[in-house]
Ligand binder design. Sequence first.
Ligand code: ZN
Ligand code: ZN
Length: 349
Amino acid sequence: MPVEHPKNPPVLPETSLCSTYYQVTEHTDFAGTSEILGKKRFEDWLFSANYTEDAEKLASCALRFEHWQCENGHDFYFRKYCGREYCPICGAKDSYYHNRRVMRAAEHFIWAVTWGNLTFTMPKEISERRLSKEQLRQLQKLAWEVTERILKVEGASVTVHLLGEKSEGLHVHFEVLFMRIGCFNRGLIPAPRLKAVKKVWALLLNKEFGLSLKTTDVRYSFAATHPKKWHKLSYIHRPICTEEKMLALPDEDKKYILSLKGYHRTRYFGQLANNKVKEFLKKHWAPIKLRETPLIEKRICPMCKTKMFYQDTVFADEIPKSQVVMYNNDIWMDRAVGAFLLLQKFEEG
Ligand SMILES: [Zn+2]
Ligand SMILES: [Zn+2]
């Protein structure tokens, strides 16, 4: 039988994965507040630029629920999010999506004592060329290859950031995160090694884009303590193309970022690649999953253990509140199922 509640304490508090409720309330007020303040909204820009579908998804984010039912007629309602980074709810720091990205990355890295992090920055003139998905993918691979070749690491994640901290337009850089096994000096890299990384990256960029760079901007840092590691994950996987940043971009750059839809901003290489990672984690005695997904989130009725089926989509005030109870801020469930879960909790002590 699948485990319903993880016995090990999750590394992030369970509730942080569903902390979006309070932002929903803020979002509802947001329209009114920004009107008073005369603030622009990205939703309006999307409408005006004929991105109607995206605009509508953004406008209805978190306001509607999907109604699902199990084979025995238990009802469930799941809040619908648009999942877009430029959405004020989904693209907030510590949103469900941000935390989910952090947890996924943590599953690859948390077991290792020391992590290294190289940041490969693209020269501004290249960033401004609006690199295609294929080019970004190729550069991700190259960043991994340089890291592997010079630092002899076994695996890494490479995350693309299209914008920087400040609103200075497109600023493409690659965050390469890797474990440093058996390293001394708590993760430091000797200066000549880092110099070699910069040089090889310059050579590769010269070849790729016909440039004549002598060196490049590559920074290195490492994390060996728990708080530093969580900070690193949170930083690397933070929302980048947020509403505020999108609004500050020229229209052509806005359109460019929208055209990259479906692009995987984080890819795993070496022993961390999807087809190898399970074996690799086993070898290092690492947990494969840090957080067991509860049945209800997998659309399986926790009481009957049968699959749920989609029924329809309703607004929050259409949920028959007398027949359901809250599972969390985003899920309502049949009263019978609620009572069953409560009983189960008591029995577990
Ligand atoms: Zn959203
Ligand atoms: Zn059921």
